[in-house]
Design a protein around this ligand. Sequence first.
Ligand code: FAD
Ligand code: NAD
Length: 454
Amino acid sequence: MFDLVVIGAGPGGYVAAIRAAQLGLKVACVEKESALGGTCLRVGCIPSKALLQSSHLFHQAKHGLARHGIKVSGVELDLGSMLRRKDTVVKTLTKGVEGLLAKNKVERVNGLGRIAGPGQVQVGERTLECKHILIATGSVPSFFAGMEVDYDRVCTSTEALNFKTVPQHLIVIGGGVIGLELGSVWGWLGAKVSVVEFLDRILPGTDLEVAAAAQKIFEKQGMEFHLGQKVTSARSQGEVALVETESGLRLEGDRVLVAVGRKAYFDGLGLEEAGVKTERGKVVVDEHFRTNVAGLWAIGDCIPGAMLAHKAEDEGMAVAEFIATGYGHVNYDAIPAIVYTHPEIASVGLNEEQLKERGVPYRKGTFPFLANGRARSQNETDGMVKVLAHTETDRVLGVHILGPSAGDLIAECVVAMEFSASSEDIARVCHAHPTLSEVVKEAALAVDGRAIHM
Ligand code: FAD
Ligand code: NAD
């Protein structure tokens, strides 16, 4: 008899399993794939970041080193080796999760898990009896009628992590996170990249000023954008792939990446038979991740909220703690979001549009990387930091960063928000010189109109 059976070994599921085991529960983790780690480790965060790093290095070697006085010639792409390095990174990390489960005495069960009844999970011939079941089955790509995905010429992110040749013309449907990250990868490697986006802006949810500034940078890098275009058809036709939009735009390329969002995955899980309530394709949970069925819990991409690995992980920790101790909590107001393009885009808290919509009075401080010594030394001066703070209390309500290492710089702002810091608090903290983090300090000073270096 297990205390907890977790279905799905993505960042939500495997973290929950480990935390529950740390707290003394007897735990099993069921995963249908042979490798652990879920979307994130196998076909998401990790392989995409490995390729972003490699492809950007290639582009730098070809075009970025001369500015530093380094002459190189004969730079060549060995795509096979690049893809193999990515696969090695993935393999090392997925094996690492295997080791972590073993170290924590979590029993790993390989196969499709089906909820067979209260406290019962069926995996093949075996029935796992348990007190609690955690659904952490994650998500898969979604697409619309008219998008004829053949997982080859018209494909999803999974295939776009593994193209065996660099496309000549990659058409990306969706100017969201996946479209921009994987569009960047193949763009750095030499493809022409056209992004077709339904909205009149890229990166919905991101602060508009930041997203617009990012778009200009991506355009300078060679990406082409067709905004306000609803794709109604995408199909392959022999050697070409065709994309058509409602308003009559017609694009022809050799590859199409469909990146229009993801949907929760429940195939074979027996969710309906178990009587679990869903809404808009996701499991409904209360603030403690309880579903409507006693003993059944859910976290990660398959419940509402941002589809992010660290959100799934934090929910995994919280649900395990709640089951074991009766207390567990996630602060959804301080979950960072990062787009790993070059430069990166990172944010936490509310953006300007949301503050206006809610009628919250705020002051804004911005500071450009152009005026930062370290950014100049690195030759990475594009972008800015924006700090938004409450007009009366000065409490930080949101921080938005476009620039070098934005994904690392945001960590300080997340901590600040967790501790309900004011912009004055950030401004008075000593930031080492010369570092990129001084841009965060200057933006915080700018909230009160007293940035030093502008
Ligand atoms: P998943 O990681 O999807 O894991 C669910 C697991 O459950 C899977 O392994 C699946 O095989 C298994 N499963 C499903 N049903 C069953 C069943 N019935 N029985 C047994 N096993 C089952 N997020 C970030 O925060 N940062 C990033 O940089 C980032 N990059 C991404 C890049 C790409 C290309 C993609 C596609 C996603 C990216 N994400 C990123 C999103 C991130 O991968 C997800 O938010 C995260 O993986 C969700 O974790 P999860 O545990 O909820 O689900
Ligand atoms: P997304 O929601 O970020 O972007 C999808 C885009 O497609 C939207 O801008 C939408 O307006 C557009 N779109 C929808 N239908 C369209 C149509 N018919 N024609 C043209 N455009 C259309 O989704 P995604 O990029 O597929 O990413 C899926 C999820 O994966 C996201 O929720 C994201 O959180 C997660 N992810 C995160 C990271 C990261 O954290 N760095 C990286 C990759 C993926």
